[in-house]
Design a protein around this ligand. Sequence first.
Ligand code: TYD
Ligand code: MG
Length: 458
Amino acid sequence: MAKVKKIFACTSCGATSPKWMGKCAHCGEWNTYIEEIIAKETTQEAKHKSWKSETGKGGARPVALPDIQAGNTQRLAAPDEELNRVLGGGIVPGSLVLIGGQPGIGKSTLLLQLALHLPATILYVSGEESEEQIKMRSDRIGGNPERCYILAETNTNKILKHAQELMPALIIIDSIQTLSSPHIESMPGSVSQVRECAGELQRFAKESNIPVFLIGHITKDGSIAGPKLLEHIVDAVLQFEGDRNYTYRILRTIKNRFGSTDELGIYEMDGNGLREVANPSELLLSQKDEDLSGSAIAATIEGLRPMLIETQALVSTSVYSAPQRSATGFDLRRLSMLLAVLEKRNGLPYAMNDVFLNIAGGIRVDDPAIDLAIVSALISSLEDVAIPTNVCFAGEVGLSGEIRAVNRIEQRIQEANRLGFREIYISKYNTKGLDAERYDIKIRTVGKIQELYSALFE
Ligand code: TYD
Ligand code: MG
């Protein structure tokens, strides 16, 4: 029997310590240390051996770079264009991909759908749902279930043994937090267990050249549960996000060793699983006939795709001495900064008002070009003057109230034009090399918030 050893591990960064600490010395987080029991197993090698002995395969040898066959890295094309795009052009053999997301967002659905539509043998390992539950789900999704094998197992040794026998084209693990390695005694989902299981799967993936997808849970603050170390082990980290009250889901790349992290996949959840959305703008603009105050449309670029998104603001008199600020889909600190600029540079009285901000479709936007639309929505609600629905905005707002240039302005204008907008407000510093004649949309340039104010609200 192995000697039992206790350690304390930080659930945020994965650092370990022999004693409990209130504040993690590595990542600075408070109250993240939890006790874990780990068996002090002999050596790393012994761990490795236990399932390696079943495979009977030798270790790796150093190979000169020119001798490595590039053909080995032929990517496996997923029958899902959005996923291919996010992965940088298909699934790389032997890669370990982590998909994180809030519970109920659709991670299992996304990967089961992939398993059912990929014309190859797939091993779907589920530690969360029973075989019957997966069967029911697969009936809803449709596809070809013949070559999709379900394994309801959580022991990594057994999983890898079955994988070795089946030799599937892809392994899906739902989820990494339910797995447990027999080499470690701590609970499934604990820092050391997650790290160990991911390490074992990574070794298997690299040696067998079978790609492995891991589903990972997300903590309350939005990071992938378990140690940050998991993010270092895997080749790509994808985040599946969206608001559960809406049907749109975004698959974002956070890390990708084989492609760009700018790519983005958009899906819509319907009764039969997830549907790819090729033209997001058309869905993200809410349908309404009348002009209402507090709403402005931003011409944003998410990843590499132009997307027109509606922003909505509600400014109302505060009943408390400390007014409320709330933002859905937008950084609250950035909202505070924009309000401070409006207050200081334009003398607009936001300090006495509650401010609520909402990005339509429950989508989180990182593009700074959304600032101009947000500022317009904030002023529109404060003044109670509607902005015409065929006007959109693209510009970043600086601390002195200047409207700054943004990247890929032509792409934004083109998309707004395609969707039938009549006017687009952009920064006056963004006009270099811009051929306004090419578009059937009026391009208005502004240098300061004051100019925007005069053009729209006076
Ligand atoms: P699920 O994939 O179980 O989420 P996760 O694995 O991220 O926890 O998806 C759960 C939600 O998706 C569930 O609330 C029901 C919904 N759903 C649909 O709307 N349509 C479908 O076809 C399926 C399979 C699920
Ligand atoms: Mg699930």
